[in-house]
Design a protein around this ligand. Structure first.
Ligand code: SAM
Length: 183
C-alpha cells in the first residue's frame, strides 16, 4: 500500500482526533506558510502535525538556525514523523495544543495550525487561540486551515487583524491569516 493510502487509513482510524479523511492539499501546504518570516532565525509552532505534510513545508521555508515545535495528540503520528523526517530543527511534542504553555515560554514568531476546531468545545478552542496570542510577538501571525468559515469569529475575537482566503477546490479549504498588533 502506498504512503498516501496508509495516511488516509490512519486519518480514518483516528477520525475523532483528525476530523478529516485525508491530508490537506498541496495548495494549503503552500499558502499556510506564506506569512512565515524567512529572513531571520525564528521560532515556529505547528498545531496538528498529522503525518507531517505541512511540517515539511515549514522546514523548507525557515532558516537553518530556526526551531519548529510541532504538537500532535496521536502517538502513532508522532512516531511516523519521527521516523520519516530527520531534521534537528524539529521538536515533536506529543500533547494537545491547549497545553502550549506547559512546553513553551519563549516568544513565538509564527503559528501554523490545521487543528479541527469544529470538533472542539468553545472553551478548548478559545484557550488555544488565546494562549497562542499571548506567546506570539507583536506583528507575528497565526495561520489556520479549516473547511468552513464558521470558526473565523473566534479568531477575530482575539486577534487585532484577521483575513480569510478561500482556496477553491473540493472540499473548499479556508485559510485564516491572523496578526497580533499589526503596525
Ligand atoms: C485535519 S488533521 C491535519 C493533519 C495535517 N497537518 C494536514 O495538514 O493534513 C488535524 C490534526 O490535528 C491533530 N489534533 C487534534 N486535536 C489536537 C490537539 N488538541 N492538539 C494537537 N493536535 C491535535 C489530529 O490528530 C490531526 O493529526
Amino acid at each position: 500500500m502506498n504512503q498516501k493510502r496508509k495516511t488516509r487509513l490512519q486519518f480514518l482510524k483516528n477520525f475523532r482526533e483528525t476530523g478529516a479523511f485525508k491530508e490537506t492539499s498541496r495548495k494549503v501546504e503552500m499558502e499556510i506558510c506564506q506569512r512565515i518570516p524567512t529572513d531571520k532565525d525564528i521560532v515556529v509552532v505547528e498545531f496538528g502535525m498529522g503525518h507531517g505534510n505541512i511540517t515539511r513545508e515549514i522546514l523548507a521555508s525557515i532558516s537553518k538556525g530556526s526551531k519548529l515545535y510541532a504538537f500532535e495528540v496521536v502517538p502513532e503520528f508522532c512516531d511516523h514523523v519521527n521516523d520519516s523526517i530527520k531534521d534537528n530543527r524539529l521538536v515533536i511534542i506529543n500533547d494537545g495544543a491547549e497545553n502550549l504553555k506547559n512546553h513553551i515560554s519563549e516568544p513565538i514568531d509564527s503559528v501554523i495550525s490545521s487543528l479541527p476546531f469544529s470538533f472542539f468545545s468553545e472553551e478548548k478552542g478559545s484557550t488555544i487561540i488565546q494562549n497562542a496570542h499571548d506567546l506570539l510577538s507583536d506583528q507575528s501571525t497565526y495561520s489556520q486551515v479549516l473547511l468552513t468559515k464558521f470558526n473565523f469569529k473566534k479568531f477575530q475575537a482575539v486577534f487585532e487583524s484577521c483575513e480569510i482566503m478561500n482556496l477553491k477546490g473540493f472540499p473548499y479549504e479556508y485559510i485564516y491569516h491572523c496578526r497580533k498588533n499589526p503596525k
